[in-house]
Design a protein around this ligand. Structure first.
Ligand SMILES: [Zn+2]
Length: 470
């Protein structure tokens, strides 16, 4: 069983129930992908194995060490279409992009998913969900799963779906939607082929009709019933993203989003929703009661002018909140640490006097995300028995942290620049070592991805400036 020792950290934020934080010289021992010991400089004798017995040792000098961040909402294929529709709101932006996405090939999506995972791993994320809901040209969820796992990330693949095209009053073009029979049968197929309900699983399947404005209430209900026939298959969709989204819900279903969720049986701890920018106070109370999770995606919400979700209020009411970068076409990145910074700043912007602190934000990004994904028993903490998903951000000798080292934990979130983590470990495997990804050649990937993106825009007849001519 491989033994990994992380030693000599500057500071460890464990996020464990004890709120334990450890100072210079602290260490974490891992065996077979699981944490088996954590201690301070004065507790070397309690280490479960001696340094000489370790198969691999990482020296975390100058690093702030935290549980790996958990990204609870993404559409990884969207890295292919960054910085498009930058002046549009949600519905206009989607209509522009659907016309391009329908031209994607399986090889484009594989490259895009690897690209998104590479950026996530380099910037502090060790587990990510990906909500994939467009399946053109023979693409299947298998392509997405293969590509993600090849990067070493822990993955929750959401089998998304769209079934209500334009001709039936939905938003996506008819060419982008599937029949509900096809969707349900593929949902069942991927759960049975891939879903791993066991502790420390590297891969789980989630069922996720895309949004109330692209599927029928029937599909929401049938997918919920299907998910609940399997252990730990959770449900995920978009909800209450902006005012148009609320207006659509009221006009089409005569229901507010919270009422809609209840009507389609999407309540419970096995359900989480992206955005929830426009939930009312009474809907937030219901969410707390139901145990539904929220994926907070501040950059995307700002980019599309949707608003800022009331995260301070959600946390105070006991709503489970995780962090999400959302799709790369509305972020336009996958930078997990920057997303956490944005979450802190956005709460101050909406007038929450004390906002959310750096430690609360780290908690949202780690334990919050773990709870949202149904992984509170094995992810989100540096504690014995938890998966060895650990990140280290080097704060010494770095220009962006100069002047902030009196408080290295706050420094990690407030001063984060374009750089990422020094080390990232997923399930005991070192996937980022001295700032470099060990699983993927990032330069080769970026070149391949640029080419896929260029050819995709050409196939879609996209003319710079925002029109599609083909
Ligand atoms: Zn989304």
């Amino acid at each position: 069983m491989p033994k990994l020792l992380l030693k000599n950290a500057l500071h460890i934020v464990t996020m464990a129930d004890s709120a334990l934080e450890l100072g210079p010289g602290s260490w974490i021992a891992c065996e077979d992908g699981v944490i088996v010991g954590v201690g301070g400089a004065g507790e070397i004798e309690t280490m479960p194995f001696a340094e000489a017995e370790a198969d691999e040792v990482l020296d975390l000098e100058g690093c702030v060490v935290m549980p790996g961040f958990i990204n609870t909402h993404h559409h990884m294929y969207q890295t292919l279409t960054r910085v498009l529709g930058t002046e549009s709101e949600l519905f206009g932006w989607l209509k522009l992009l659907y016309g391009i996405w329908k031209e994607m090939l399986p090889s484009d999506v594989r490259t895009a998913v690897q690209t998104a995972c590479a950026e996530l791993l380099l910037t502090g994320c060790t587990t990510s969900a990906d909500h994939h809901y467009v399946y053109p040209n023979g693409l299947t969820l298998d392509d997405v799963i293969d590509a993600a796992l090849s990067t070493g990330i822990r993955f929750h693949a959401v089998r998304g779906a769209m079934s209500v095209g334009e001709s039936k009053g939905g938003l996506p073009p008819d060419s982008c939607v599937e029949t509900e029979e096809e969707i349900l049968s593929d949902m069942k197929r991927v759960v049975e082929k891939y879903h791993d309900a066991k502790k420390h699983a590297m891969l789980r399947i989630v069922l996720g009709p895309c949004s109330p404005f692209s599927v029928t209430p029937d599909l929401m209900r049938s997918s919920a019933r299907l998910a609940r026939t399997y252990p730990k298959v959770h449900l995920h969709t978009h909800l209450a993203e902006n005012q148009n989204d609320i207006d659509y819900s009221e006009a089409t279903f005569a229901r507010r989003p919270g009422e809609y969720a209840e009507w389609v049986e999407w309540t419970g701890r096995d359900v989480w929703f992206a955005h929830c920018v426009k939930l009312s106070d009474s809907e937030l109370h219901s969410f707390a009661q139901w145990g539904c999770g929220v994926s907070h995606c501040p950059s995307s919400n700002l980019r599309l002018g949707s608003g800022v979700a009331p995260v301070r209020k959600m946390l105070d009411l006991g709503v489970t909140v995780g962090l999400g970068v959302d799709g790369s076409a509305s972020n336009d990145g996958n930078h997990m640490l920057m997303e956490a910074r944005m979450a802190m700043l956005a709460q101050r912007y909406i007038g929450e006097k004390n906002g959310i602190t750096a430690r609360e934000t780290i908690r949202v990004a780690t334990r919050g995300g773990a709870k949202v994904l149904g992984r509170e028993d094995d992810l989100g903490q540096i504690a014995v028995g938890y998966s060895a998903d650990i990140i280290g951000v080097k704060v010494t000798g770095k220009i962006e942290f100069a002047g902030a080292l009196h408080d290295p934990v706050q420094a990690v979130l407030y001063c984060v620049g374009s750089g990422g983590v020094e080390y990232s470990v997923v399930g005991g495997r070192v996937v980022v070592n001295k700032g470099k990804l060990t699983t993927v050649d990032v330069e080769e990937l970026a070149g391949r991805h640029a080419q896929c993106s260029k050819l995709l825009l050409e196939r879609a007849g996209y003319a710079p400036g925002g029109t599609i001519t083909a």
